[in-house]
Design a protein around this ligand. Structure first.
Ligand SMILES: Nc1nc2c(c(=O)[nH]1)N[C@H]1C(S)=C(S)[C@@H](COP(=O)(O)O)O[C@H]1N2
Ligand SMILES: [Mo]
Length: 409
C-alpha cells in the first residue's frame, strides 16, 4: 500500500479538513474512516485484527502508572491520573501490621457493648442490608513529605486516593442492633496483626459513616480492607479501620494507642495536645507542571487536585509569581463533598524563573494555610494534619522542581 499519507508526521491531517476528520471518526463517512490520516502506525494497526477479548483487562503496554511501595505504605501516582477516581490497584495503602488474608466465607463482625442485641454478622448479612454508594477521598493524616527539590507529586502527598465505595450505612446497622441512645463512642477494631483500634464518636455513625465491601464496583482490594472496612468520609484515614472485625458501643472513648501516643498533635506550647483531630483540612496540589517535567515557554494549563474533609471545595487559587498575585482556577465538575476535585488555570510562561502555588478554600470558608501559619498555630513537633500550600519552582531551563524551601524550619 503506497499511500502518500503514510509518511506524514503524527497529528498531521494530510490535507483533510478538521470537519472531515471528525465526521470520519464517527464512521459516518466510510472512505475517511478507512484511510489512515496520521502516518505509519495508524496503517499498521489496520492491517490485521488485534487480540480478542480476555478475562481480565490490562492497561495498555504504553501506560505504566505505579505506586511507590515502602515497607509500610505505597503512594498513589497523582501525576499520572486523570479525572478523580483512583483505580483500585493504584489506591494508596498504609498498614501497620501487613495485609491479612481473610476468607470472606469465614469473616465475622461482632457488634456489642451498649446495644440491645449484641450480634455477629457474616459478610452475607452485611451485604443483605440496603446498599449505598458514595464517592469520597481517603487520606492518611501523615500525608506530607517535605522532601528535596527532586520530589514527585506522588511523594509529596500520594497518601490520598478517591473511590466509589459501596456498603451499608453504619446508622442502619446501629439501628439493627439497637444501639443505646446514651452511647457516645464506639470502638472499631481490625483483624490484622496490628489489631488497629480507634474510638469514633457515635455522631459520625449517625452522620455518614459506612461499612464498605466494594471499591469502584468490585470487592475491596486486600490492601484496602477486604472483605469489609469502616469508612469515615473526610476523616483521617487511620480511623477508617480496615479488616473490621469488632465494634463496641460505649459512653466514652477507649483511649487506644492510636489516639494517645499516636495520631495526636502536640501544640506549640509543648504542654497541650490536639486529640481526636479527625477532620482532614482543605488542601490542594498542582500535579502538572510538576517535577520531573521540563517545560517550554508559552501557554500551559496548570492542573491539580483539591479536597476538604469538611465538605465541598468552593475555590482554588493559583499563583504563578511565587505568591504575589493569585488567580481563581476553574473547578472541573463534578465538585462533590469530601471529594477530590480537579482544578485548572491557563498560564503563559515567559521563560523567566518563577514559582507556581495553589491554595484551596472549602465551603466552611477555611483556606489552606502557608507553612509558616500552620507552624505558628500547631508548633514544630506536629507530624499529622500538615496541609500547607506547596509549590513548584520553574528554573531558567524550564526544569520544574518541588518547592522544598517553602517547607523549611
Ligand atoms: N486494621 C487496620 N486498619 C487501618 C490501618 C491498619 O494498619 N490496620 N491503617 C490505617 C491508616 S494509618 C490509614 S491512612 C488507612 C489507609 O487506608 P488504605 O490502606 O485503604 O489506603 O487505613 C487505616 N486503617
Ligand atoms: Mo494513616
Amino acid at each position: 500500500m503506497a499511500d502518500s499519507r503514510q509518511s506524514l508526521p503524527i497529528g498531521s491531517s494530510g490535507g483533510l479538513t478538521r470537519r472531515e476528520i471528525l465526521v470520519g471518526a464517527t464512521g459516518a463517512v466510510s472512505t475517511i474512516a478507512t484511510t489512515p490520516v496520521s502516518g505509519q502506525q495508524a496503517l499498521e494497526t489496520t492491517r490485521r485484527p488485534g487480540r480478542g477479548p480476555n478475562e481480565l483487562g490490562q492497561r495498555s503496554q504504553f501506560v505504566r502508572p505505579r505506586r511507590d511501595p515502602s515497607t509500610t505504605s505505597s503512594r498513589t501516582p497523582l501525576q499520572d491520573l486523570r479525572g478523580t477516581l483512583t483505580p483500585a490497584d493504584l489506591h494508596f495503602e498504609r498498614h501497620h501490621g501487613g495485609v491479612p488474608a481473610i476468607d470472606p466465607d469465614r469473616y465475622e463482625l461482632l457488634i456489642h457493648g451498649m446495644v440491645e442485641r449484641a450480634t455477629i454478622f457474616t459478610l452475607a448479612d452485611i451485604k443483605r442490608f440496603p446498599a449505598t454508594s458514595r464517592i469520597c477521598f481517603l487520606e492518611c493524616s501523615g500525608n506530607l513529605r517535605r522532601g528535596t527539590p527532586e520530589t514527585l507529586p506522588q511523594m509529596v502527598c500520594g497518601l490520598t486516593s478517591q473511590t466509589e465505595w459501596t456498603g451499608v450505612r453504619l446508622s442502619t446497622v446501629m439501628e439493627e442492633v439497637g444501639a443505646s441512645s446514651d452511647a457516645k463512642w464506639f470502638l472499631a477494631e481490625g483483624q490484622d496483626a496490628a489489631v488497629m483500634t480507634r474510638s469514633i464518636p457515635m455522631s459520625k455513625a449517625f452522620d455518614d459513616a459506612m461499612i464498605v465491601y466494594a471499591q469502584n464496583g468490585d470487592a475491596l482490594m486486600p490492601g484496602n480492607g477486604f472483605p469489609a472496612r469502616l469508612l469515615l468520609p473526610g476523616w483521617e484515614g487511620n480511623a477508617s479501620v480496615k479488616w473490621l472485625r469488632r465494634i463496641e458501643v460505649a459512653d466514652q472513648p477507649f483511649m487506644t494507642r492510636e489516639e494517645t501516643s499516636k495520631y495526636t498533635d502536640p501544640l506549640g506550647d509543648g504542654r497541650t495536645v490536639r486529640q481526636f483531630s479527625f477532620v482532614m483540612d482543605a488542601r490542594s496540589i498542582i500535579t502538572d507542571p510538576a517535577y520531573p517535567r521540563i517545560i517550554e515557554p508559552g501557554w500551559h494549563e496548570i492542573r491539580g487536585l483539591a479536597w476538604s474533609g469538611r465538605g465541598r471545595i468552593t475555590r482554588v487559587e493559583v499563583s504563578t509569581d511565587g505568591g504575589a498575585n493569585w488567580q481563581i482556577a476553574e473547578l472541573q465538575p463534578p465538585v462533590l463533598e469530601k471529594a477530590h476535585v480537579r482544578f485548572r488555570a491557563p498560564w503563559n510562561w515567559t521563560g523567566t524563573p518563577t514559582e507556581l502555588l495553589s491554595r484551596a478554600t472549602d465551603e466552611t470558608g477555611y483556606t489552606q494555610p502557608t507553612w509558616e501559619v500552620l507552624r505558628a498555630a500547631r508548633g514544630p513537633r506536629t507530624r499529622y494534619h500538615q496541609n500547607p500550600i506547596t509549590s513548584w519552582t520553574i528554573g531558567e531551563t524550564g526544569q520544574v522542581l518541588f518547592g522544598a524551601d517553602r517547607l523549611r524550619s
